[in-house]
Design a protein around this ligand. Structure first.
Ligand SMILES: [Zn+2]
Length: 309
């Protein structure tokens, strides 16, 4: 993958559990794994906990995730969530075993405190349990008992209320070891990110910053800007004077507005670069604020500027 994409940084790969979830018409979950039909060409595929690890090994990603069963988070039944969690737990045990067999033995060492160190690709377990704190806690404790290097919080930001999300996240983070990263899958607005950092989450990913960029929306240090608005046609200033991104160091709001209104796809790319850099800077600021004891001030400031985005 690194060579294919000409990318020297880290690559995290999803297991396919969420992608299969998003095609519920074409999936069938059995103990062995999940069969689904490709929405591209109709071909049938089987994902198992073992072959997903094998695929991740073959494509050479740096952080491998385990196959899981994801369910919707808007009023799920407890029975459905329990069934999904049970199978996710059994698959996690199989994935952990497959990882041990895939990565050479000498790369994994167990430390005195029970944690594991490897010199190779890392394994992250995915924690499910829908919106039920007791199931989330059970899932976290189970995953903490397996030899993984980090934890994904899956199956949230899928239609649940903010209160349900917060309770579910806390039920997970309160029951995980402190020294390993926790990653909230699929969360990406500034307020949501800080809200989860406050509850002990370390990593995020989301389509949101690039999706809104393609609609002309960018976040700046003074709040949101919609670059297609007429007021920007003549503004010979950067998108965000405080930003050090490729776009802000080279182009004016007027030029970006021109590109966007001319339906030039370059604008999608340039605005995406800015939005991603904005979120990375937000995470940098959050780390500093935690060290300085000013995290809650940062959160209040961001809520004032971006709530509703
Ligand atoms: Zn920028």
């Amino acid at each position: 993958l690194h060579k294919f994409m000409h990318w020297g940084g880290s690559i995290l790969t999803d297991s396919g559990g969420f992608q299969v979830y998003s095609l519920p018409k074409f999936r069938k979950i059995k103990e062995e794994g999940v069969t689904f039909q490709s929405h591209h060409d109709g071909s049938k595929h089987l994902f198992t906990p073992e072959n997903v690890i094998q695929f991740e090994s073959e494509i050479g990603s740096d952080i491998w995730t385990m196959l899981d069963v994801c369910i919707h988070a808007k009023n799920p039944s407890k029975h459905e969530a329990r069934e999904a969690l049970n199978i996710t737990k059994r698959w996690a045990e199989r994935a952990a075993k497959a990882y041990q067999q895939t990565v050479p033995e000498q790369h994994i060492t167990q430390n005195e405190d029970g944690s594991f160190t490897v010199g190779n690709s890392l394994l992250f377990g995915i924690i499910q349990g829908a919106i039920f704190p007791d199931l989330r806690k059970e899932a976290a404790l189970h995953m903490a008992s397996l030899p993984t290097h980090g934890y994904c919080i899956g199956g949230l930001s899928l239609g649940e209320t903010l209160e349900q999300m917060n309770e579910s996240v806390l039920a997970v983070t309160d029951n995980l070891p402190e020294g390993k990263p926790r990653y909230f899958m699929g969360l990406g607005t500034p307020v949501e990110i800080l809200n989860s950092i406050e509850r002990g989450v370390d990593m995020f990913d989301c389509v949101w910053p690039t999706r809104v960029a393609r609609n002309g929306m960018v976040m700046t240090s003074t709040g949101r800007v919609n670059i297609k608005n007429a007021e920007y046609r003549t503004q010979d200033i950067p998108l965000d004077a405080e930003c050090d991104c490729y776009t802000c160091r080279r182009y004016s709001r007027a030029y970006l507005c021109h590109l966007f209104r001319s339906a030039e796809l370059t604008s999608h790319r340039l605005l995406s670069i800015h939005n991603i850099r904005f979120l990375i800077r937000l995470a940098e600021r959050a780390r500093e604020a935690i060290k300085n004891g000013t995290f809650m001030q940062l959160k209040e400031e961001v809520i004032r500027k971006y709530q509703g985005n």
